[in-house]
Design a protein around this ligand. Structure first.
Ligand code: MF3
Ligand code: CO
Length: 253
């Protein structure tokens, strides 16, 4: 389906509920990021949390994906598969999670620090997060989809980092991935006009070095081609007549 769905008031409310649960799952995962904890332990806790609230992890079995979260450490940009690897002091740990509740998906991600991290790593995380907020500022009716990514890219590159091109944000709703694509790069003024009721997942993926990425033989794990650090930040949002609404409220994340 290439049609962009506009959510009704009732559907928006269901998206808020799915989004809130997804955001809580992200916070739970973040609270577990500590030296000695394995990524599989975090994944299990998130899965149990989502299921105990009557929802399903959106990622589990999606195109054969084997887990409920993506946990991507250091030079892994996205789609890291949880396993028995234990986190160590200084790691930066991107957790991406989706929950499907009452027919709608929430989708969000953030990069967390394991103990003390380098200044460079912390700055990368901060710039990646802020780039989302630069992007969402453009998420108003009348603007076009590429205005979002243009703002993300401009901010990221002003800080000397690069944005991934091979993966993009997306519409979100009854399916985890809906139209339209939401790139984090490109010229302003292109693509569909934003309209109230559109729900989008805006998700900048940012590299310290070059933006080229490589997918490992497992078919998922996506790393920076140059081995530089990467970070990821994502919220699901709703376009309204007024300010855009974050459906996966982030608290202090
Ligand atoms: N959350 C990812 C996204 O933002 C999708 C994860 S792919 C999966 O699009 F296979 F892990 F589900
Ligand atoms: Co997404």
């Amino acid at each position: 389906m290439n049609i962009i769905s506009l959510k009704s008031e009732r559907e928006q409310d269901l998206m808020r509920k799915a989004g809130a649960l997804t955001a809580q799952a992200r916070a739970l995962a973040g609270s577990m990021v500590k030296p000695g904890v394995s990524t599989l332990e975090i994944d299990r806790a998130v899965r149990d949390f989502i299921q105990s609230h009557g929802a399903q992890p959106s990622f589990l079995n999606y195109n054969g994906y084997p887990a409920s979260t993506c946990i991507s450490i250091n030079e892994v940009v996205i789609h890291g598969i949880p396993d028995h690897r234990k986190l160590v002091e200084g790691d930066i740990v991107s957790v991406d999670v989706g929950a499907y509740l009452d027919g709608f998906h929430g989708d969000c991600a953030a990069t967390f620090t394991c103990g003390q991290v380098s200044q460079e790593a912390q700055q990368l995380i901060d710039v990646t997060r802020q780039s989302f907020f630069e992007g969402i500022q453009m998420a108003h009716p009348g603007n076009r989809i590429s205005d979002i990514g243009h703002a993300v890219q401009t901010y990221v590159e002003a800080h000397g980092y690069s944005v991934v091109r091979d993966f993009v944000g997306h519409g979100v709703g009854q399916k985890m991935h809906e139209a339209p694509e939401v790139p984090n790069y490109g010229a302003a003024g292109h693509g569909v006009r934003l309209m109230p009721g559109m729900t989008l997942a805006i998700e900048p993926m940012v590299c310290v070095g070059d933006w080229h990425v490589r997918v490992l033989k497992d078919g998922w794990t996506t790393i920076t081609a140059d081995g530089s650090l990467a970070a990821h930040y994502e919220n699901s949002i709703l376009i309204t007549d007024g300010e855009p609404e974050v459906l996966t409220p982030y608290g202090n994340l």
